[in-house]
Write a protein that binds this ligand. Structure first.
Ligand SMILES: NC(=O)c1ccc[n+]([C@@H]2O[C@H](COP(=O)([O-])OP(=O)(O)OC[C@H]3O[C@@H](n4cnc5c(N)ncnc54)[C@H](O)[C@@H]3O)[C@@H](O)[C@H]2O)c1
Length: 351
């Protein structure tokens, strides 16, 4: 297949591209605007693969996206480009509305024009796969409740509201225009190449620098953690085998409180990179809770297991160990993100 991936320089998109190029014969065009979250250094291991190409473009730029579609002739689009950080959406929602809602709308329209011009056989086989989040469902209050594909939407943050809006647009483009879409809603991902502002890498890197490890409120917010490479495998299953117009929830069966996640990282670091005095747990600092903070997310991933035979390969213990190891072995990648050189050199190169 020829697969156009939006947002392929981000955390999950780059894991997906590494999976597609290393483990399949598919061809990939990575279309990414390269915002602060886009880092081509996450793709250095595969960038020279002849089945890979890259285009710096904004999904809202219909002309450029239309040209890319006409030239690359994709059999599928996997749409991951988004503004994705909840805290940033609280500080400045505008970019979230622009990219996640207006950008998705523009991409859908460019895709529809391209799709309409395909031959009947290619039209039938074409897929538009929208990658979304479990945060569209709001939070769970019962301890045993799980998000299913029919849980009503109740987003809490500007980020999750913008993702919810984009999900509705994608479904409408199927109902109204017949565009063959698929949707996935996934729980919190973690793993290699995660941008250091997110909880797990932030805690690892702050700990190594001897800085405080911030925990929101009392740290009892529950998230269902999924190793990013398990997510990439699930996405490939859905785009190749999923039923058109269906939604599949993807989760890791790994519910953990934020405090437990931070303590587990501290325990792993105590083993793998011990401090000279004391334990990393001494650095934990409880800070004022995030406004509108959801208490608990947990996914029922039964449908994708039953229909497509997908199950995560990593447990939380095995995935977290791999992740901490990766950060310890790749501090250069992290430092170049932290000091901004990953962006400066890119800007220099394009001048
Ligand atoms: N990270 C998670 O835990 C998680 C969980 C479930 C779903 N998701 C969803 O998966 C997708 C990818 O998440 P991520 O964590 O990899 O995000 P990320 O922030 O790491 O990467 C987003 C990528 O999109 C690009 N981008 C942003 N705006 C763009 C635009 N206007 N045009 C083109 N490219 C643009 C960025 O440059 C970046 O490379 C998002 O849609 C997100 O909502 C993420």
């Amino acid at each position: 297949m020829r697969i156009l991936i939006t947002g392929g320089a981000g955390f999950i998109g780059s894991a997906l591209i590494r999976h597609l190029l290393n483990d399949t014969q598919h061809h990939v065009l990575n279309l990414d605007k390269l915002t602060y979250a886009g880092n081509l250094e996450s793709l250095t291991g595969v960038a020279n693969n002849p089945r890979y190409s890259f285009l710096q473009a904004d999904i809202s730029d219909s002309v450029l996206v239309g040209q890319a579609l006409a030239e690359f002739q994709p059999d599928a689009i996997m749409h991951l480009a988004a503004e994705s950080h909840v805290d940033r959406s609280i500080d400045g929602p505008a970019a979230f509305i622009q990219t996640n809602i207006v950008g998705t709308y523009a991409l859908l329209e460019a895709t529809r024009a391209y799709w309409l011009a395909l031959s009947e056989a290619r039209k039938q086989a074409f897929r538009f796969h929208h990658i979304s989040t479990d945060e569209v469902y709001g939070d769970l209050h019962g301890v045993d409740d799980l998000f299913t594909e029919s849980t009503p939407y109740a987003p809490s943050s500007p980020y999750s509201a913008s993702k919810a809006a984009s999900d509705h647009l994608v479904r409408a483009w199927h109902r109204t225009y017949g565009l063959p879409v698929l949707l996935t809603n996934c729980s919190n991902n973690y793993g290699p190449y995660h941008f250091p502002e997110k909880l797990i890498p932030l805690v690892i890197l702050n700990a190594l620098d001897g800085k405080p490890l911030p925990v929101y409120g009392n740290g009892q917010q529950v998230r269902d953690w999924l190793y990013v490479e398990d997510h990439a495998r699930a996405l490939l299953k859905v785009v190749t085998e999923g039923r058109v117009s269906e939604t599949y929830n993807i989760g890791g069966h790994n519910e953990q409180t934020n405090l437990h996640v931070v303590e587990s990282i501290c325990a792993l670091l105590d083993e793998l990179a011990p401090r000279q005095i004391g334990t990393y747990k001494d650095l934990i600092k409880f800070v004022q809770d995030r406004p509108g903070h959801d208490l608990r997310y947990a996914i029922d991933a039964g449908k994708i297991a039953r229909e497509l035979g997908w199950a995560p390969e990593e447990t939380f213990a095995s995935g977290l160990r791999k992740t901490v190891r990766w950060y310890l072995d790749n501090l250069d990648w992290c430092r170049r993100v932290q000091d901004g050189s990953y962006q400066r050199e890119r800007l220099g190169a394009s001048l």
